[in-house]
Ligand binder design. Sequence first.
Ligand SMILES: NC(=O)c1ccc[n+]([C@@H]2O[C@H](COP(=O)([O-])OP(=O)(O)OC[C@H]3O[C@@H](n4cnc5c(N)ncnc54)[C@H](O)[C@@H]3O)[C@@H](O)[C@H]2O)c1
Length: 400
Amino acid sequence: MPKIFIQKPIVDINGDEMARVLWDKIKEDLILPYLDLKLIEYDLSIINRDKTNDMVTKEAGESIKKNFVGVKCATITPDDKRVKEYSLKKKYPSPNGTIRNILKGTIFREPIIIKRIPKIVNHWNAPVVIARHAFGDIYKSKEIFTKKKSRLVLYSENDKGRHDEIEIHKFESDGVGLAYFNEFDSIRDFAISCFNFALKRNFPLYLSTKNTILQKYDEAFKNIFDDEFNKNFKNQFEKQKLNYQHRLIDDMVACMMKWSGGFVWACKNYDGDVMSDLVAQGFGSLGLMSSVLQSPDGKILKTEAAHGTITSHFRQHQKKIETSTNPIASIFAWTRALSHRAFLDSNRKLSEFSEKIEKICISILNSGQMTKDLALMCGPDQSWVTTNELFKIIKSKIIN
Ligand SMILES: NC(=O)c1ccc[n+]([C@@H]2O[C@H](COP(=O)([O-])OP(=O)(O)OC[C@H]3O[C@@H](n4cnc5c(N)ncnc54)[C@H](O)[C@@H]3O)[C@@H](O)[C@H]2O)c1
């Protein structure tokens, strides 16, 4: 099979532990033998982040911004234990957070649906894609302890003085209070990201808020989405026969359980945090959950698997014990990145290649060849293969 030529590069971000083992295998077995592709490589292993004082993470983020397409392996976000384990100079922040701040995008988490693999919510037979507005709200809030007989007051001020002073509560006992915020520009970027993503994936879009209670704060989300939809997206949604709707969060949660999937759900920051884990569990496996960070205009895309570095499997691998680790979400990170490169460059052959790899993976799993994590979900009679065996099977299908 002659190699497919790809004119422009992809930013390849390597990571840690078992995810890194899978990463190298994907490139070696499934990508590089078939593609004439320039990779701009960054090593975001915890050791290299420590060596470069985390500069490598910023450089990787800037490089994705410049080259539009990045694919990232899972990385360790160090806690105290990891600082000790790797003798780190400090507790570095999550690389995903650093890159997200550079790209200013929205994260879309999408399950890979495999008919044969039972789901906890059995009737979800199409993806529920969670879009999380990863800015502001409680994650940037400030809290205070308050004293009995004190008043909690909220105001805003600029260089001309205070305005909009509101008394929140008079305390009859000691208590607590908090304040948080959001910015219209960020909400608008979120809305544009969501509309563009829904159009590209051909899914309807729902925004959830609690605007019956937060009549200024959550109403602002609804208004900005409505405004952006009516001005810039309504025609295209109608053309593709897609729907956009705002719904109350409680109603949306009920709909999610009732419906069979096949939609994008735009969530405020906290709702997205909680719902993405709930939806991942409902679909059953972290090894089948992909994650995409997309810039508002849809041009820049960073793809990855939603799972972490799978430490327990790495410990086995270090002892030279063969593992049965699920590589599918990491493979899909690659195919989605390649497919975005193909879309930007109008490279039909590349687009067909990435589609072919996805179809091969899905059909192999459906035929009953799978890793242990998925076999356990299918029941005691389901056999499983090792990671290396699964790679061999996938590779043999690409060649045929
Ligand atoms: N996006 C990222 O880079 C990312 C995300 C989450 C966690 N992490 C990092 O990963 C490390 C481990 O974190 P964790 O244990 O909470 O999460 P994890 O996703 O690595 O593992 C959670 C559980 O799911 C299982 N699992 C996950 N992916 C699997 C796969 N592909 N095949 C088979 N089983 C799989 C694991 O065995 C484990 O039981 C931490 O250092 C954390 O900081 C990174």
